[in-house]
Structure formats: structure tokens, C-alpha cells
Design a binder for this molecule. Structure first.
Ligand code: ADP
Ligand code: MG
Length: 233
């Protein structure tokens, strides 16, 4: 089965002279066609965990198995390939290039993926994705003209541009209005139905029931709290 698996991840950062242990033996598994939510207090290490899973950051210990292969031992080229074809990280904020329009920003990652398709085809795919994320009208807008929620729709379209097998979304619905948050959740459910493995960081407890499983990051480790959510009301 295709899966993204973290085993015993450890990550420390230096804060001044003090060492902060952010992840301590953190493990999780995300299968294709699964929608998993990750909660945890601010500063608990959720973003750090997602970046390690996406091959953007190396852990100090533990491994990340991508379909059985340890990505923490990948070369830089292999990491690039992982980010281009397998795992897509949807950042919490920022991330659009100001000099490019929305559709150019969305088409950008595919231009480096070795995809031989012509620019025109990339643009039509980028446009279709903007339509899918509800941002078609913003196609030719510049990032400076976009609201926070609109920026998130463009970022989501961009994260989907390489047709990733796994999508790691870092607080995608934070600061969104109810309607937009519901749009995003519907889209995540549709991606799951198409076989994408989707991991979503969220603090919104009203959303948690939509997930196959709910995980909580606390004191550096990941706990499955699905049962507790189910029993809470
Ligand atoms: N590059 C870094 N250098 C030093 N400390 C960091 C770095 N990245 C994250 N941290 C610290 O690690 C902790 C976890 O951060 P983060 O993963 O962003 O948490 P969360 O996403 O759950 O809010 C925080 O205390 C943060 O300050
Ligand atoms: Mg974070």
C-alpha cells in the first residue's frame, strides 16, 4: 500500500543557548485515500513535523518512509523529486511570488518537474485548478491584490499543480470565513475520494468529524485521539 510513514522522529532547535526538543519519538502514518487531521497547541511542532514529512527539513533522529523508502536519507535530487511528485506542502502563510500573477504562481512548480508539457498546457491546468479552488476570477490578479482567503485558494491550487499523492496542509482554514473553510473541507474530501492522502493541521473542532482519524501532537509525540472526539458529543 502506498503510504507516508514517520517513525520515531526527533527534532531539536536551539533557542539562545537552550535546546528545545520539539519532536520526541513522533510517529504517524498517512495512507493514500485517507483524510487525517492533526491538532496540537501553538508551538507544539506541527509545522516542523509537516516539513520533515515533506522533505523540507531533516530530523535529528527517526525516519520517514515513503512507500517503504527512508526519505531522510535521500540525496538533494531525490528530495526534489519527492517534493515535485509525491508530497505537496501547503504552507500556512505567504509563499506567492509577488512578481507573478495567480495563474503564473500556480503553474510554477510544474515547470520544474521535468514535465514536458508546453507552457500553454500548464496554464490551462493551472486555470482549471484555480477554478477547482474557487479562485478562477483571480486568475490574472497579482498577489498584492488578493485577500488572505483568496491567497489561500491560490496556494491550494499551486499545491495541487504537481498532482501530489500526499497533500500536507498547514492550518489551511485558519482565518477563513465559515463558507470558505467549508469549501476547503469539501475539496479535501474530494481529493481523498480520488486517492490522495490528505493531512490537515487544524484547531477547528467542528471540522474534526470529517476526518478518518484525528491525531494530536503533544509533548513531542503523536497520539490518536479519534475515539475521544467521537465520544465528546
Ligand atoms: N528554525 C527554527 N529555529 C528555532 N526554533 C524553531 C525553528 N522552527 C521552529 N522552532 C520552534 O519549534 C517549536 C515548534 O514550532 P512549530 O513547528 O512551528 O509549531 P506549531 O506549528 O505547532 O505552532 C516552536 O517553539 C518554535 O519556536
Ligand atoms: Mg505551525
Amino acid at each position: 500500500m502506498e503510504e507516508l510513514r514517520a517513525e520515531g522522529l526527533c527534532k531539536r532547535f536551539l533557542r539562545g543557548k537552550r535546546e528545545v526538543k520539539v519532536l520526541q519519538d513522533a510517529s504517524l502514518c498517512l495512507g493514500r485515500g485517507e483524510l487525517v487531521f492533526l491538532t496540537g497547541e501553538s508551538g507544539s511542532g506541527k509545522t516542523t513535523l509537516l516539513k520533515i514529512l515533506a522533505g523540507l527539513l531533516k530530523p535529528d533522529g527517526g525516519r520517514v518512509l515513503v512507500n517503504g523508502r527512508d526519505s531522510t536519507a535521500f540525496t538533494e535530487d531525490e528530495c526534489c523529486d519527492l517534493r515535485q511528485r509525491v508530497v505537496s506542502y501547503l504552507p500556512q502563510q505567504l509563499g506567492l511570488l509577488e512578481a507573478l500573477t495567480a495563474v503564473q504562481n500556480v503553474a510554477l512548480p510544474a515547470m520544474f518537474s521535468g514535465d514536458k508539457a508546453q507552457c500553454k498546457e500548464l496554464y490551462s491546468r493551472a486555470t482549471a485548478l484555480l477554478d477547482r479552488t474557487g479562485a478562477l476570477a483571480l486568475r490574472d490578479a497579482c498577489p498584492a491584490e488578493l485577500s488572505g482567503g483568496e491567497t489561500k485558494r491560490v496556494l491550494l491550487a499551486r499545491a495541487l499543480m504537481t498532482a501530489p499523492r500526499f497533500l500536507l496542509a498547514d492550518e489551511p482554514t485558519a482565518d477563513l470565513d465559515r463558507e470558505s473553510a467549508a469549501d476547503f473541507l469539501r475539496l479535501f474530501a474530494a481529493l481523498r475520494a480520488q486517492g490522495t492522502g490528505v493531512l490537515v493541521v487544524t484547531h477547528d473542532w467542528s471540522q474534526l468529524r470529517a476526518a478518518d482519524r484525528v491525531l494530536q501532537l503533544r509533548a513531542g509525540t503523536v497520539r490518536d485521539v479519534t475515539q475521544e472526539i467521537g465520544n465528546s458529543g
